[in-house]
Ligand binder design. Sequence first.
Ligand SMILES: Nc1nc2c(ncn2[C@@H]2O[C@H](COP(=O)(O)OP(=O)(O)OP(=O)(O)O)[C@@H](O)[C@H]2O)c(=O)[nH]1
Ligand SMILES: [Mg+2]
Length: 203
Amino acid sequence: MEARYVKSVYKVSDLPRDRLLEIAVAGKSNVGKSSLLNSLTGQKKLAKTSRTPGKTRCLNYFEVNMGSGKPFYFVDLPGYGYAQVSKTMRKDWAALMDDYLMLEDRPSAMISLFDIRREPTEIEAEWIDWLHRWGRPWLLVLTKVDKLSGNERARALSKWTKLIGADGPKPTPFSAVTGVGRNDLWRWVNTVRREQTARAGRS
Ligand SMILES: Nc1nc2c(ncn2[C@@H]2O[C@H](COP(=O)(O)OP(=O)(O)OP(=O)(O)O)[C@@H](O)[C@H]2O)c(=O)[nH]1
Ligand SMILES: [Mg+2]
């Protein structure tokens, strides 16, 4: 497997036009989006990670080549929800994210990240409702599970499972530190790729 940085997109008119499958990674700033991509690809420095939240202001495209099948993109989305950044910056991100998520043809699928230590709020419930209505494949990933004990982990997992509901995908616990959840994520990504190939073959 090979992964490489392709480009940073600041406005939707600059999106790549090659129509490759596109899997977006979304979540609050500091939740571990870039760390997850580095862990999945086994390249520690692929996506920039930072202790300072809110650094990423654009969509970062990474092309992944699995050796078989078409290459696809992982898209590292800008993290939302940090008060430290200026109002103008926040407005720019929100506009970019809105434009991107309103597109008819992308992303093809979404990995939505939440810190397993945080209690889900109304905002998370609304986001999950949106994902249900969205109609494309999505997965909810609970990050930083290495920070919790087994009991705490189980409790958080059941809370999120309930919030997603029986008609949604099971939440996937993940740690960029221990590698927990990596295989589950790859399995899901490959299912999405297979479904996409099958759909393309039919049309
Ligand atoms: N313990 C632990 N720390 C993690 C994990 N994933 C990320 N971190 C840490 O959390 C911080 C933020 O991680 P990033 O991957 O940069 O988060 P991000 O979501 O890309 O943040 P933005 O780009 O600002 O939106 C870094 O200090 C990481 O080392 C994890 O699974 N376990
Ligand atoms: Mg990041």
